[in-house]
Structures are given as structure tokens and as C-alpha cells.
Design a protein around this ligand. Sequence first.
Ligand SMILES: NC(=O)c1ccc[n+]([C@@H]2O[C@H](COP(=O)([O-])OP(=O)(O)OC[C@H]3O[C@@H](n4cnc5c(N)ncnc54)[C@H](OP(=O)(O)O)[C@@H]3O)[C@@H](O)[C@H]2O)c1
Length: 300
Amino acid sequence: MSPGETVAVLGAGGTMGRAMAHNLLQAGVAVRAWNRTLERARPLESEGAVLAQTPAEAADGASFVLTMLRDGEAVIAVMEGDDGALRAMTPSSVWLQMSTIGEAATARCAELAGRHSVAFVDAPVLGTKEPAERGELVILASGPQDTGLRERIAPLFDAIGKKTLWLGGAGEGTRLKLVTNAWVLTVAEGCAELIAFAEGLGLDPGLLFEAIEGGPLDLPYLRTKAKAITTRDFKPSFKLALAAKDAALMEESAEARVLDLPLITTIRDRLAQAALDHGDEDVIATYLTSARGAARSGAR
Ligand SMILES: NC(=O)c1ccc[n+]([C@@H]2O[C@H](COP(=O)([O-])OP(=O)(O)OC[C@H]3O[C@@H](n4cnc5c(N)ncnc54)[C@H](OP(=O)(O)O)[C@@H]3O)[C@@H](O)[C@H]2O)c1
């Protein structure tokens, strides 16, 4: 990244996009911000971002276009549509695709980028709202093997993340993201069910944590999510609807390889069911499916 270069952040009003744009601005990077619902990106204006009316306007003259949108469909529409960013990008510009969109959409994005002679970096992230706000994401980057390009990108990734793993060809970042999400969602669904189980047996869930304290199964994530359940705090850090989308992407990749992974299918089912009523709440609201009516009334 050279002085004077601009980053267009598409999805700058979302939970993750806003935090990432904020940290780029804090690092002194010039940011053009676009969001479908423009008002959600408005707070970035007072931090120095220039708001754009369309993805193409944001991308025009920008060296980097960073997509942080809900899913593959949104990313492709925003890049390829009539006002899409690809129309305005030049062969020297770089597309940093950081949303979680799965293998098929990533392959489609790489193909689109190739058709427009634009460099494509598949770089989904690990970490929820709070790590994103602290600039502590882990970036799973793949695509360019060119060390010069990686060096150009490094200051941007350093502004939003604490660590970048450079992997192989485009798609490898997405594959690792799917695998890490399988772990996150296994722990989340497991946590939801074990708290419901403890409550159902008439036990204080706190006893579980006393029992496992300091041992190898005493995960900080488990404690955080269990606390959210017991305090009935389902404010979204990672929306349930997005987790359900990710579980479906995991299952799609497993099925494509004819893998026998029934836990992934169960997690996909449970999250899809919970998302019908609680999609805008945090992933851990999947607990409400397990605990049903008792949870809403606060019964233990
Ligand atoms: N939150 C997390 O913990 C987390 C962690 C790692 C990765 N991710 C991934 O990061 C991505 C963004 O997540 P988030 O938590 O920031 O989600 P979010 O808060 O729901 O924001 C979603 C963003 O996508 C935009 N969008 C949705 N549908 C669109 C469409 N059809 N056309 C154009 N824009 C559209 C939204 O615009 P509007 O404001 O107009 O709705 C918003 O900017 C997702 O792929 C998610 O899976 C999230």
C-alpha cells in the first residue's frame, strides 16, 4: 500500500464491515464506504470516510475493493451488478473478498475477477464483533502467490487483524474458514445443549464450570456463551442467521466430497430452525430451541 491509495469498503454499515473500516481509518488509510442501507455507514463519515452512493462509485480509482457482505449472492450482486464495483476497477486494483461465502461462490468470484483482469484475494476472517472492533481478527488469505502483492496488502490486513495466514491458491482461505467454523458452531451448539441439559436435570450450570475449571475442556468461548445464555443476553456478536448460512456452506462442502459428517448436518438443521425466530439474535440463541418455553420464562 502506497501513500494516497484508497480502499473501498463495501458493506461498511455491517457489524464487521463497519469495524474494519473504522480500523483502516485509524491506521490512516483513505476509505470510501458504501453500504446498501447508506445510513448504517454514516457514522464512518465523521471519522474521515467518504460515503459513496454505489459500489462502482466507491471502487472508482480505489486501489483495493474490500467486500464484507452477508453472503455470496450479495457479494456477486454488488461486484457484478449495473452499478457494480468491477465496472470501475482497473487491472492494477485488488479485490479483497473477506465475507464468508463458501467454496462455490468463491470460485465464481475468482472467475469474475479473472474476467475483469483484477487480482483476487480470498480472505475470510476469524473473530466476531468484539475482535473486529479491536482490530484483532485472524485473516485466512489465499490467492496471490506474488510476494510483492502480499506486501502491498500487508498494512491493510495489519490494520484489521492480529494475524494473517497466507495459504495457497484462492479457495484455500475459504476452506480453512469452513473448517474453523465447524469448530465454532460445534462448540456453540454443544454449549446451548449442555446448558439446556443441566437446567433440565435441575442443576445450576455454574456447577459444570466448577467441575471443569482449569482443565483442558475449560474453554473461554464456552464460558462466554454459557454466561450469555444464563443472563439471557442474546445481543448479536455473530448473528444466528449468518451462523445458519455458514453451517449450510459447511454441509455443502462435506456433501460435495461425500463425507459422512452427521454432526454438521445436525448443526445445520438446528441453526436453520432457530434462525426462523431468532435470526437477528446471537448464534447462542440456538439454546432457545433446546430449552423452548422454559427459557423465555427464565426457568432453570
Ligand atoms: N459477525 C461475525 O461474528 C462474523 C465473523 C466472521 C465472519 N463473518 C462474516 O462476515 C460477513 C458480514 O457479517 P456481519 O456480521 O457484518 O453481518 P451484518 O451485520 O448482518 O452485515 C451484513 C452486510 O451485508 C449487507 N448486505 C446484506 N445483503 C445484501 C445484499 N443483497 N446486497 C448488498 N448488501 C447486502 C448489509 O447491508 P444492509 O446494512 O443494507 O443490510 C450489511 O452491510 C458475513 O459473510 C459473515 O458470515 C461474520
